[in-house]
Design a protein around this ligand. Structure first.
Ligand SMILES: O[C@@H]1[C@@H](O)[C@H](O[C@@H]2CO[C@@H](O[C@@H]3CO[C@@H](O)[C@H](O)[C@H]3O)[C@H](O)[C@H]2O)OC[C@H]1O
Length: 425
């Protein structure tokens, strides 16, 4: 006992973020998030990083991280690098880690213009064939991970900054219908997974946020299911939207009948970070966490990896970085870490008040591994017709190349969709 106490004190004194093997962690980022009524605080990760045992230990600490997201290994170029050839080893490693740790798994991402293999982006497929390729990809991947992903980012980044649709092989070939088709396909494969649209620069009111709200409406008009909208939140120190701006923006989405989540949070600055930048960064993190805390339908926050050592920022934004709560040496940045902790609110007292608190060092049985949310999302809008065949008002296919498994083909001259024949007349 004396040894245990001494070890605990030693670790606390050295500032180690590791949890001793026989000490139950009673506080952490995830514990505070759950105490604030959220489902998780989580981190992205990637396969190469997992061979770093210190990193893995930090990632596996469920006091801090109740959810993990694969940063790359579930993307199209990793999963289906050539047509019909599926490779799940990288994704499986992260999925199995989540099971081992008793963490939720956010799965990212099915349909995205980036990290898309050449055979898709330059395949020259016609409308019907690309729809079939996209459906096949979604169906195969989601079947493989059925019951294991509590969230899926179904479509990622479909918008330009002005809120119009981004040029991509999916949009250019299929039209806007690629989005509801993707969601309808996803819902048919794993009806229990929460299906998300995910984008950046949508965290504030403006054209792009309005465009994302229109995507929610579009999916619902089609009669397909969308459960949530993810705000990536790749912010810049000093330019992070205020807490109130983020709250009011989130509420605009919630009023459409979806939940929301902060899915890829990092807040970058010029490197090396100055002390004033760090002070501002702590405020920016607090504003963002505070926004999620204030919106009941904001289910959780994911940081886009937890340490600067493995952040994607320096590789993409030259001269910038220092965006995460742990530094290059895996040391906690106390100011940032505490800002997040405090923004969630106080620590649970009087023993475990949440599942996260009670299981911080012990993984639950495998049967709870997928850790589905027990919170139900708002009922879909009354106009949604999720049940039955997917036939919508949108069937009037004059304006768009409607197809979705029905038949309004590109270039069709039909103006009306006939439900009975499921074709344009
Ligand atoms: O060489 C590549 C390397 O460039 C690639 O980097 C990843 C790029 O995607 C990053 O995640 C995205 C960041 O923000 C949003 O736009 C997206 O939703 C995210 O998916 C990821 O963190 C980087 O690692 O990785 C694979 C290498 O082969």
């Amino acid at each position: 006992m004396a040894f245990v106490t001494a070890l605990t004190v030693l670790l606390a004194a050295t500032g180690s973020s590791a949890t001793p093997f026989n000490r139950r962690a009673t506080d952490g980022l995830n514990i505070r998030a759950v105490a604030a009524g959220k489902q998780y605080f989580g981190s992205a990760t990637d396969n190469g990083e997992l061979s770093n045992s210190a990193y893995l230990s930090g990632l596996s600490n469920t006091a801090d991280f109740g959810q993990i997201t694969p940063g790359n290994s579930m993307k199209w170029d990793s999963i289906e690098p050539s047509r019909g050839s599926f490779s799940y080893s990288g994704g499986d490693t992260i999925q199995q880690l989540a099971v081992k740790n008793g963490q939720k798994l956010r799965c990212h991402t099915l349909v995205w213009h980036s990290q898309l293999p050449n055979w898709v982006s330059n395949g020259g497929f016609d409308n019907a064939t690309l729809i079939s390729v996209m459906k096949n990809h979604i169906t195969n991947e989601m079947t493989h991970y059925k019951g294991k992903c509590f969230h899926w980012d179904v479509v990622n980044e479909a918008l330009n900054e002005d809120g119009t649709f981004r040029s991509s092989v999916f949009y250019n070939t299929i039209g806007p219908a690629f989005i509801p088709i993707a969601f309808a396909t996803a819902a048919s494969v794993d009806p229990d997974a929460k299906l998300y649209y995910n984008d950046y620069n949508t965290e504030n009111a403006g054209s792009k946020s309005t465009g994302a709200q229109n995507i929610v409406k579009l999916i619902k008009q089609y009669g397909a299911k969308i459960d949530g909208v993810g705000f990536q939140s790749h912010f810049i120190v000093g330019s992070t939207p205020s807490q109130s701006a983020q709250v009011s923006n989130m509420n605009a989405f919630v009023s459409l009948g979806v939940e929301v989540a902060i899915t890829e949070l990092d807040i970058r600055t010029n490197t090396p970070a100055t002390s004033s930048a760090v002070a501002q960064q702590a405020k920016d993190y607090a504003a963002t966490i505070g926004a999620c805390k204030a919106v009941a339908k904001c289910v959780g926050v994911t940081i886009w990896d937890y340490t600067d050592k493995y952040s994607w920022i320096p590789g993409v934004f030259s001269g910038q970085g220092s965006a995460l709560p742990w530094d290059d040496n895996l040391n906690k940045k106390t100011d940032i870490y505490n800002a997040i902790l405090n923004a969630w609110g106080s620590a649970p007292t009087g023993g475990a008040t949440s599942s996260a608190a009670s299981s911080a060092t012990v993984a639950p049985p495998a049967s709870t591994s997928a850790v589905r949310s027990t919170t139900t999302s708002a009922a879909p809008a009354a106009t949604s017709s999720a049940a039955g065949p997917v036939v919508a008002k949108w069937g009037q296919c004059g304006g768009v190349n409607w197809n979705g498994g029905t038949v309004c083909e590109s270039g069709s001259s039909c103006t009306k969709f006939n439900d009975y024949y499921s074709q344009c007349i």
